[in-house]
Write a protein of this length. Structure first.
Length: 369
């Protein structure tokens, strides 16, 4: 019998599956190899064109950047209008209510003045400032002591070559036995100062900014000359350690800005009025009506700074019928006035150029070694 070869279907099917699997395996190996090569090529390109940042005067530059990278310039400039819009007069007013109503009259050297100092220090700390005290400032006529609260903001990207001081006194007066709650004089200045500090807490500035809440600005015993103990002590301490301190080239005092139809930039006339001119320029830019006043009026904490030759300006409103009385209450405060003062001071601080700072340095008589 003659046998013929018969194809086994199962055997053919097995060979077909093996060939297909072998082909798929080859394709996967090729795909993996191609992917691996592309990744290594990309890494090699990145390694050969690496960006090396170099710190230079507060900015960063790229050393030999690859031509295909579009550089975005790094700038320390800030959006002034955006920051001005962040000033909240209602927040400032809350501070006024707390100081004038919750604490009440804050006569220099009393427990109420110390309570106000603790409140102010706590607010600065909440905003992230480094807070320090000048304690045990003597008040010889009455045998008590006061204190200053200092909140400091140093630039992160540049060297601390200049210092600007923004100050407001937080005490209130006792006059002929009548205690004043001091809402306008001067919880208004403190409230605006605290709100300015909040807005600027995370803003890079080209100078050291120091906020100072001064104690014992008011007369402690009814004699006019027995006043300004906190600011006098601050300036005397600075002058004593001047060569070891960052030079103060300008001072802004915010005192009684919540009540009154007329808004002023004031100076004693003892130092150059550069900051008064800057204030007027900022007021014009913002559409604020403001005049000048106060020559020879030793009525605020800018006095000690001007006597030391430091350009200063005192922001002030007139007139307040409740001045130095028990009627100096938060109800008298116009929040619009707080908004105007806050925006103006912010604009000034944010507009100070390097040229302005050099000019202030010369006017303040500062000489660098």
């Amino acid at each position: 019998m003659k046998y013929s070869r018969v194809c086994n279907p199962c055997h053919v099917q097995k060979e077909s599956h093996w060939a297909r699997n072998w082909l798929i395996g080859i394709l996967l190996v090729i795909a993996f190899a191609a992917s691996f090569s592309l990744r290594n090529l990309a890494k090699a390109m990145q390694g050969s064109q690496k960006i090396y940042p170099i710190k230079t005067s507060g900015q960063q530059r790229l050393k030999h950047p690859p031509s295909f990278i579009k550089l975005k310039p790094i700038s320390n400039s800030v959006n002034i209008q955006a920051l001005l819009s962040q000033f909240d007069a209602n927040r400032a007013f809350v501070h006024i209510v707390y100081l004038a109503t919750h604490i009440g009259p804050r006569v220099a050297g009393t427990k109420e003045e110390r309570a106000a100092a603790a409140y102010i220090a706590d607010q600065f700390q909440k905003y992230g400032y480094r807070v320090s005290y000048q304690k045990d400032i003597p008040l010889p006529p009455v045998g008590r002591k006061t204190q200053n609260i200092i909140a400091t903001k140093k630039p992160l990207l540049t060297s601390a070559k200049y210092k600007i001081v923004v100050g407001a006194h937080y005490d209130s007066i006792s006059k002929k036995g009548v205690l004043s709650p001091g809402a306008n004089d001067n919880a208004s200045g403190v409230g605006v100062m605290l709100e300015i500090a909040r807005v600027l807490a995370n803003v890079e500035l080209p100078y050291v900014l120091e906020f100072v809440a001064f104690g014992a600005e008011e007369s402690v015993d009814g004699i006019f000359e027995h006043h300004h103990y906190g600011s006098n002590y601050y300036v005397a301490t600075y002058l004593k350690n001047k060569f070891r301190s960052t030079p103060i080239v300008g001072m802004i005092s915010i005192d009684m800005i919540g009540v009154g139809e007329n808004f002023y930039a004031c100076t004693l006339g003892l130092a150059d009025p550069f900051l008064v001119r800057k204030a007027l320029a900022s007021a014009k830019r913002l559409g604020i009506s403001m005049g000048t006043w106060g020559k020879g009026k030793r009525w605020s904490d800018h006095e000690a700074f001007e006597e030391a030759g430091i350009p200063s300006v005192w922001f002030h409103r007139r007139k307040d019928p409740a001045y130095h009385t028990a009627r100096d209450l938060p109800d008298n405060i116009k929040q619009q006035n707080l908004q105007i003062a806050g925006r103006l001071v912010l604009h000034m601080l944010l507009s100070l150029s390097s040229h302005d700072l050099e000019k202030l340095t010369n006017l303040a008589g500062v000489k660098f070694n």
